[in-house]
Design a protein around this ligand. Structure first.
Ligand SMILES: C[S@@+](CC[C@H](N)C(=O)[O-])C[C@H]1O[C@@H](n2cnc3c(N)ncnc32)[C@H](O)[C@@H]1O
Length: 314
């Protein structure tokens, strides 16, 4: 039985934890170098602090500029607009939507290191008179140069309730890599400790890895909920925020400390906070200024909470 994770804090506690030793100092030192390098080729960002760099720009323009620069991405984690009429998007034809996705994914591919990965979170869209809920992976999976490792099902409990069809309770992550032989995959860092018989042995040896089991390709994490009585603590005013706990797992497994993590549809900055909490540098771009502003407010609040939590520890 897969463990159900509860999003009960503004950020998962492991993300708040220190930064207590000289790793924090190394992180700050290296981040200065990283920020300078990014600024040299990409220009002044909207915001920068401690290895967290945010641009307020259309990701296509941004990526096209990056293509000429010397910045290489270790990991991209993102959730683009789904073409379903949210407040930050205009519905376009399916053909145009697929073309647009191919355009920015191709640019990410060009700017990704050989051992890098690309995690794409997508849901469903409607095609009138044809389908109510087409899984977006059906439209995109083979249209890009990345190698598709697998599809992860992200299952959650809360959501829309339906009467004439089954209530939707999943989204997908397409896990792509640039090179199927050399990609980063830190399984031990994301093992699930919830093992039923941890002491079971075979020929005197433990049957299960003491760090836990492989978390499988079906993940259960609560969605970021809204509403006056059931709103998640990490909820911001952004209408499509993904939960920090899911992105925390993706970042741990598909990147290493001091790597560069990118999100071209930065939204409320979830990828950035999960990256920073794991000593990774963050580069994000977001087209809407109001979301950039709420990201900055959220990131500063997270830094404050982190400092407070570490001050009480030492
Ligand atoms: C699904 S949301 C991402 C939410 C994000 N994962 C989070 O946790 O907050 C998509 C975001 O992409 C932004 N966006 C839409 N088109 C864009 C573009 N061309 N370039 C950059 N950002 C864009 C939207 O404003 C929106 O914030």
């Amino acid at each position: 039985m897969t463990k159900i994770y509860k999003g009960t804090h503004m950020v998962p506690l492991n993300i708040l934890q220190n930064h207590c030793n000289n790793k924090q100092e190394i992180f700050i030192l290296k981040s200065k170098y990283m920020i300078e390098k990014i600024k040299e080729s990409m220009g002044e960002p909207y915001y920068e602090k401690e290895g967290f760099v945010l641009y307020n720009e259309n990701c296509i323009d941004f990526l096209a500029r990056m293509d000429k620069a010397s910045i290489e991405l270790d990991l991209t984690v993102t959730s683009p607009p789904y073409n379903i009429g949210k407040e930050y998007e205009e519905i376009i034809s399916i053909d145009a939507y697929v073309k647009w996705c191919i355009q920015w994914i191709d640019l990410i591919y060009k700017n990704t290191k050989d051992n890098g990965s690309f995690w794409l979170n997508v849901g469903y869209l409607e095609i009138s008179d044809i389908a109510k809920a087409i899984p977006i992976p059906y439209l995109l999976w083979d249209k890009v140069d990345f190698f598709l490792m697998q599809e992860i099902v992200w299952n959650y409990a809360a959501g829309v309730s339906a009467k004439k069809f089954f209530s939707p309770r999943n989204e997908k992550f397409l896990f792509y890599v640039k090179n199927q032989n050399t990609y980063t995959f830190n399984l031990d860092d994301v093992r699930d400790p919830n093992v039923k018989y941890p002491n079971q042995k075979k020929n005197g040896k433990l049957k299960c890895n003491p760090l836990g089991k492989n978390p499988t390709d079906v993940w259960q994490f609560p969605k970021v909920t809204s509403g006056s009585s059931r709103s998640s603590k990490e909820r911001t005013a952004h209408p499509a925020q993904f939960p920090l706990s899911v992105i925390d797992r993706v970042i741990k497994v598909s990147s290493n400390e001091f790597d560069l993590v990118f999100d071209p549809f930065s939204g409320s900055g979830t990828t950035g906070i999960a990256a920073h909490g794991n000593y990774r540098f963050y580069l994000g771009t977001e087209i809407k200024q109001e979301y950039c502003d709420l990201t900055i407010e959220r990131f500063e609040r997270y830094l404050f909470e982190k400092k407070k939590s570490n001050d009480t520890l030492f």
